[in-house]
Design a protein around this ligand. Structure first.
Ligand SMILES: Cc1cc2nc3c(=O)[nH]c(=O)nc-3n(C[C@H](O)[C@H](O)[C@H](O)COP(=O)(O)OP(=O)(O)OC[C@H]3O[C@@H](n4cnc5c(N)ncnc54)[C@H](O)[C@@H]3O)c2cc1C
Length: 282
């Protein structure tokens, strides 16, 4: 279908974009368009104004800032996945980004767009949560920083207001941590039925620190804290990791749909968690 008519603006600075969002009655931000354009074409949304962030150079790129890797919201998936700083300090995010859709979509879609879209089956929410990422949000009232644990509010909903922008994602460095993103799909290049993001630090033959988060086990990504606690101090053996992974579905509320019911997803979560942690621990 053809989208409903809208005014189109392509500002070249964040200030200009914020002014446009402030002035427009019903505006929507456009990033890579890989989720928004289908929504417009299906007329599930019909905003009066589109503010395209594609020409704002300051929103794109990866840099280092002390203990964090800072990723501009408009950085496309392929750049995140391949960037040496991301691979060295936030390997989990790079590995998860490699699994998003296909090369065409990874060249257009952006990290910021995926996080604000907040699809529970999206692959970048759980890694952001597991790594303790911080979201930098700019609006007319100034800049605020929100932890990933507070950012996702519900199905397709985040704390980003209608007149605000996600400008960058600050990922604390996890240098030397092993990582794995285990994604379960029926056919290649599909959305996750369930996926598990795991990153661990192994020291002297035992797991010293572990962070595990689940994709599509609720309306927002979920930290598997019981698993993390059980892993710390354990040797990364099949037996110990499987025992810890048994509590992966604790406290989750997975959906039931044509891909699988909630019980099936709970089972998947335990199996994928064990696989992800074992791979992350090497
Ligand atoms: C066929 C197909 C398969 C896909 N498969 C996967 C998959 O396997 N895994 C996966 O994770 N994703 C998948 N995606 C989604 C893909 O990752 C998208 O790139 C992503 O969800 C949206 O990013 P975008 O940059 O295209 O955002 P857009 O579509 O441009 O925007 C999405 C939403 O976020 C808002 N927004 C975007 N950027 C900002 C910002 N900086 N500040 C405030 N609001 C903003 C927009 O207003 C809109 O509401 C798939 C998409 C398609 C079309």
């Amino acid at each position: 279908m053809i989208p409903a008519q809208f005014d189109y603006h392509a500002p070249t600075s964040v200030d200009e974009a914020l002014q446009l969002l402030r002035d427009a009655d019903d505006a929507k931000v456009l990033a890579g368009g890989q989720s928004l354009i289908p929504v417009l074409r299906l007329r599930l949304a019909a905003p009066a104004t589109i503010v395209d962030l594609g020409r704002i150079a300051s929103l794109r790129g990866v840099r280092e800032d002390g203990d964090a890797v800072v990723i501009g919201a408009m950085t496309p998936h392929h750049e995140v996945a391949d960037h040496p700083l991301v691979r060295e300090h936030a390997l989990l995010l790079a590995l998860a980004t490699e699994t998003v859709a296909d090369p065409q979509i990874r060249h257009r879609g952006t990290l910021g767009g995926a996080l604000v879209h907040a699809d529970p089956a999206g692959d970048l929410l759980a890694p952001a949560l597991a790594l303790g990422a911080q979201m930098v949000i700019q609006g007319s009232g100034g800049t605020r920083t929100v932890d990933a644990s507070d950012f996702f509010q519900g199905l397709f909903t985040t704390v980003v207001g209608e007149d605000e922008l996600l400008s960058e994602i600050r990922v604390p460095k996890h240098t030397g941590w092993g990582a794995q993103y285990e994604k379960f799909t029926r056919v290649a290049q599909q959305w996750s039925i369930v996926a598990v993001a795991a990153t661990v630090r192994v020291e002297g033959g035992t797991i010293a620190e572990a962070r595990v988060a689940l994709t599509n086990m609720g309306s927002t990504p979920v930290r598997a804290t019981a698993v993390e606690q059980a892993l710390v101090g354990a040797a990364p053996t099949q037996e110990a990791v499987r025992a810890a992974a048994a509590s992966a579905a604790e406290g989750t509320q997975p959906p039931s749909d044509t891909n699988g019911d909630a019980d099936y997803r709970r089972h998947l979560a335990t199996v994928l968690t064990a696989r992800a942690v074992l791979a992350a621990a090497g």
